[in-house]
Design a protein around this ligand. Structure first.
Ligand code: AMP
Length: 203
């Protein structure tokens, strides 16, 4: 993927198993560094709340822990990024949380970012062992954050989908020298302190 320094705003992706903490870290990066958090899961939940017919059609898929169609996610993400770019003059960029999640989405990414004139410094891989993420997800379900996809059966399905469809992205981006590995075990602050210098180096 090209890295054109003339393009000022960036979009980087956070990648890792469900429960790796990417949503929490993305929210902190937004708050402290000014990048906009672009979570495709949040966008999708918001479209369901707004009763968007296409999102409602795909709601069952999400509740089973499976992936909704690429085109739906791509269009939602494009509209979201474009809307923010049009409304903000000096934006540093975006944290893509939950996208891309399949090889075909990774292939869509370059065109999408080029259309929006965004530079792509790569993907942050938050490494967390499976037993720790499963424990975190169960706690989140018990804490009553009330995501319909945080019960045990759906968590296992989401892990399976991650392994089958999303994990192969690691090789895809690694072969393009676009993976930045960060240890995702520790406190929220520990992990943030590992991320910040890397992200600031892209400025
Ligand atoms: P998340 O909040 O990122 O865990 O996403 C919750 C659910 O939204 C996922 O389990 C999928 O059903 C759907 N979803 C979010 N992002 C994507 C994506 N990039 N591709 C397909 N489905 C997605």
């Amino acid at each position: 993927m090209e890295n054109n320094p003339a393009k000022s705003a960036i979009a980087f992706s956070m990648f890792g198993p469900p429960g790796c903490g990417k949503g929490t870290q993305a929210a902190l990066i937004q708050e402290r560094l000014g990048y906009k958090h672009a979570s495709t899961g949040d966008m999708f939940r918001e479209e369901i709340r707004l009763q968007n017919p296409k999102a409602l059609e795909a709601q069952d898929i999400m509740q089973r822990g499976e992936l909704v169609p690429d085109q739906l996610i791509r269009d939602m993400l494009y509209d979201f990024l474009k809307g923010i770019l049009e409304a903000s003059e000096h934006l540093k960029g975006f944290i893509l949380d939950g996208f891309p999640r399949t090889l075909s989405q990774a292939e869509l990414l370059e065109g999408l970012l080029n259309d929006l004139n965004l530079r792509f410094p790569g993907v942050i891989y938050l490494e967390v062992p499976e037993d720790i993420v499963i424990q975190r997800l169960k706690l989140r379900g018990e804490d009553g954050e009330q995501r319909p996809d945080d019960n045990e059966e759906v968590i296992l399905e989401r892990m399976k989908v991650y392994k089958d469809k999303t994990y192969p992205l690691l090789d895809y981006f690694e072969s393009r020298n676009l993976i930045h590995r960060i240890d995702g075990v520790g406190t929220i602050e520990d992990i943030y302190c590992r991320l910040e210098p890397l992200i600031e180096s892209w400025n």
